[in-house]
Write a protein that binds this ligand. Structure first.
Ligand code: SAH
Length: 214
């Protein structure tokens, strides 16, 4: 499924009306076709501003939330970015347009396999896909300039805070998994961390460990 010019226009209009104003973020989201990250019967709804089901009981986030999280992260062209929660790969594909390198990690093997195929088909060769429990981050690649967590944690995971470069930004939904959560922007300073609450959101939970799927 690919988008018509009309669908893309409406998609970008909806993003703007929800507060996505950063022109680089809007350009990235105009360029990366969300229809390529959604399967089957749901593909027809890929350009609506709604979350949609993907495999393994997970969801591709609502486009305006992807836009607002990416905008809040203020990604710079030389940044190394970690995304926790690959899911469909859509958020990572947007990040790949704005950053130098992106690492994305998920605990479901079937999801990372499909995401990797999508990145290859689109020629997005600055994304590295990893398998595992992303709440521990990727110590070997740290520190990161930016970290986006796309599953809700009760608190920002300590290892991720530790892997943020000084001056770096992490955007993470925080709260109980069955309730409305708060999207938090964490900035690492010379002496600690600043926390800013952005808005309420609803994400699938950040789950510990890895399941037995292959
Ligand atoms: N960013 C995705 C949507 C993510 S949905 C997109 O653009 O489509 C949340 C994802 O977080 C799910 O795929 C889920 O498997 C993953 N996840 C949950 N807990 C995790 C953990 N501890 N480590 C890595 N991934 C996790």
């Amino acid at each position: 499924m690919t988008a018509s010019a009309e669908q893309i226009m409406q998609f970008v209009f909806a993003l703007r009306s929800k507060g996505v104003r950063d022109t680089r973020v809007l350009a990235a989201m105009e360029k990366v076709d969300r229809g390529l990250f959604v399967d089957g019967v749901f593909a027809a709804r890929a350009y609506e501003d709604v979350p949609l089901p993907i495999a393994c009981g997970q969801t591709i986030s609502q486009p305006s939330i992807v836009g607002l999280m990416t905008q809040a992260a203020q990604i710079q062209p030389r940044d190394h970015v970690l995304e926790v929660g690959t899911g469909s790969g859509y958020q990572a594909a947007i990040l790949s347009q704005l950053a130098r390198r992106v690492w994305t990690i998920d605990r479901h093997k079937p999801l990372i396999r499909v995401a990797e195929e999508r990145f290859a088909a689109l020629g997005l060769n600055n994304i590295t896909v990893m398998y595992g429990d992303g709440s521990f981050g990727l110590p070997d690649q740290a520190p990161f300039d930016r970290i986006l967590v796309t599953a809700a944690a009760e608190d920002p995971p300590g290892p991720l805070l530790a892997q943020l470069r000084i001056g770096g930004i992490m955007v993470v939904p925080v709260g109980q998994s069955d309730a409305v959560q708060s999207l938090i922007k964490v900035t690492r300073t010379d002496t600690g961390y600043d926390y800013e609450e952005l808005r309420s959101v609803r994400f699938v939970p950040l789950v510990e460990g890895v399941p037995a799927d292959r």
